[in-house]
Design a protein around this ligand. Structure first.
Ligand code: ATP
Ligand code: MG
Length: 321
């Protein structure tokens, strides 16, 4: 009897499909990037990047069991990204490493006194396809999540089918589209929402996807399409709407040093509670807390990688983990 029960128990709390790459961040560059000059940075950080991987890493740090599928190249940067995710406790056994011309993606962030340049080589993230995915593995979780809808160029025509399949297999689902680099916001993304339980855009993305220029109107429109809508509002906190209940929560006050990955961390905090059956207010509060915590260190995963910092922050905020 116990054997039977354990064989039908979900292997993961959350399974994730998404992109996996590193962020190379240079700090302290001069204001002007003069061509052909040797320009000096004063600090360098090579850290886990990509929305999906940051989400998976930080969700695992919070205590969820996470399985992750992606496609990387057969190169050393891909290996470092994979190792980082694996060190964070995420199961990466189904990540596909594909030899060939296309390398693992990389984002280079040039930090200058007043602004940043963000340069991305998409690499394998544009090439992940439906055949790269092990559907039985993905369906062995309680919940399925996909981030960065518009970066999955090859997979995109079948993302709706992927979500439908996960719903048919009995999982709850969530989607964070993030930005559309082409700024087109085509309607296929709204079709996918039919199979999404928790939709997690920021305010700008909500307006673009709803096709209106006003946050309140966008929220009203999108809340009719999904059981749970969580909208991230940056330093103003976040809101969540479900079945006619609308909650707003201001941001948690922290010494924020870097907003990179705050949205992915919000998703991690929110869904960590959601898969445990918490109510809307508890999910929203956990999202806000994880988003705020993420900003306390540069990069998307550095705060969560520091176990003592994580434990101390959550204890000071009255959360027992
Ligand atoms: N300065 C801040 N102080 C406290 N909390 C913050 C701050 N900035 C962001 N947060 C928290 O992080 C959440 C997500 O941030 P944001 O709205 O920037 O998401 P996003 O635009 O999706 O970001 P990302 O670039 O990671 O995709 C916010 O809803 C809030 O809870
Ligand atoms: Mg985001």
């Amino acid at each position: 009897m116990s054997d039977l029960r354990s064989s039908t128990m979900p292997a993961f709390d959350v399974t994730v499909v998404g992109e996996l790459n590193l962020d190379l961040i240079l700090y302290g560059l001069p204001r002007e990037l003069e061509p052909e000059r040797e320009l000096l940075a004063d600090k360098l950080s090579l850290t886990l990047g990509s929305s999906s991987a940051i989400f998976a890493h930080n969700l695992s740090a919070l205590g969820s069991k996470v399985g992750f599928i992606s496609r990387i190249g057969d190169d050393s940067l891909g290996q470092i990204a994979l190792d980082r995710l694996s060190e964070g406790g995420v199961d990466v056994s189904k990540v596909r490493r594909v030899p060939g011309q296309t390398k693992t993606g990389l984002t280079v962030i040039l930090t200058r006194p007043t602004n940043r340049n963000i340069l991305t080589y998409p690499g394998t993230m544009f090439e992940m396809c439906f055949e790269d995915l092990d559907l039985d593995y993905l369906a062995s979780g309680k919940h399925f999540h996909l981030s960065s809808y518009f970066l999955h160029r090859k997979l995109r025509p079948r993302i709706e089918e992927l979500f439908r399949h996960m719903k048919e297999r009995g999982l709850t689902t969530s989607l964070d589209t993030n930005d559309d680099p082409d700024d087109l916001w085509e309607g296929d993304c709204r079709e996918v929402l039919r199979y999404v339980d928790v939709f997690m855009p920021n305010a700008r993305e909500a307006m673009k996807i709803a096709g209106v220029a006003d946050v309140a109107a966008a929220v009203a429109r999108l809340a009719d399409l999904v059981p749970v809508l969580a909208v991230k509002l940056g330093p103003e906190g976040a809101m969540a709407i479900s079945r006619g209940v609308k909650l707003n929560e201001p941001r948690r006050k922290v010494d924020a040093v870097d907003p990179v990955g705050a949205g992915d961390s919000f998703d991690a905090g929110f869904l960590h509670e959601f898969v445990r059956g918490a109510d809307l207010a508890a999910c929203l509060s956990a999202g806000n807390l994880a988003g705020a915590f993420s900003t306390t260190r540069p990069g998307g995963t550095e705060a969560f990688r520091d176990r003592a910092h994580l434990d101390d922050f959550y204890r000071r905020n009255g959360v027992r983990r």
